[in-house]
Design a protein around this ligand. Structure first.
Ligand code: GRF
Length: 192
């Protein structure tokens, strides 16, 4: 079974999609740890409800950079993690960890990268920009993580139509639906 560590900063619906896909055996993986920079992230509640170990690791909690990086490394080593999944994680992973795990870190982004990605492009900002640009389509992307935001090689993308009366919220909801489908699919591309 592929051992996953999931990083999340917010509500964790993508994490929940992974939890459900593992439980139903739709994917041959097991979430061993959920890490968040936000101690109040509902993603942590979702993990606890499913009996998954949770860790609050933030620069506030670990002001010393080396201790901060080591705290993340310790979790990844303790569970012998095979694949890191960023599921609504608002921070850049420390470069040392990106290098150690290069090729085994994926991220889900709510747009058709390479457009509408990069620093500041998260949450409703993404969908506002897509609507502002008058795009006919949007969608979601799972990509390999490198040292820049939303930049690594693309693994899976799925398109959704942009409707004339869309608001950022209605578009976000439509994109989120396909996120929940392609993230587990992307995990299943990885073998031990
Ligand atoms: C998703 O739209 C994801 O693409 C983006 O942040 C959002 C996280 O949503 N990175 P959730 O916390 O998984 O519900």
């Amino acid at each position: 079974m592929l051992k996953l560590a999931v990083f999340a900063s917010g509500g964790g619906t993508n994490l929940q999609a992974l939890i459900d896909a593992c439980r139903s055996k739709a994917i041959g993986a097991e979430i061993k740890a959920v890490i968040s920079n936000n101690s109040k992230a509902f993603a942590l509640e979702r993990a606890k409800k499913s009996g998954i170990d949770t860790f609050h690791i933030s620069k506030k909690k670990y002001p010393d950079e080396n201790k901060y990086v080591q705290a993340i490394k310790d979790v990844l080593a303790r569970y012998n993690i095979d694949l890191i999944v960023l599921a609504g994680y608002m921070k850049l992973l420390p470069v040392d960890i990106v290098r150690n795990y290069y090729g085994r870190i994926i991220n889900i982004h709510p747009a058709l990268l390479p457009k509408y990605g990069g620093e500041g492009m998260y949450g409703l900002n993404v969908h506002k920009a897509v609507l502002q640009a008058g795009e006919k389509y949007s969608g979601a992307t799972v990509h390999m993580v490198d040292e820049r935001y939303d930049h690594g090689p693309i693994l899976i993308q799925r398109r959704v139509p942009v409707l004339t009366n869309d608001t950022p919220e209605t578009l976000a909801a439509r994109v989120l639906e396909v996120e929940h489908k392609i993230l587990p699919m992307a995990v299943s591309l990885f073998k031990k």
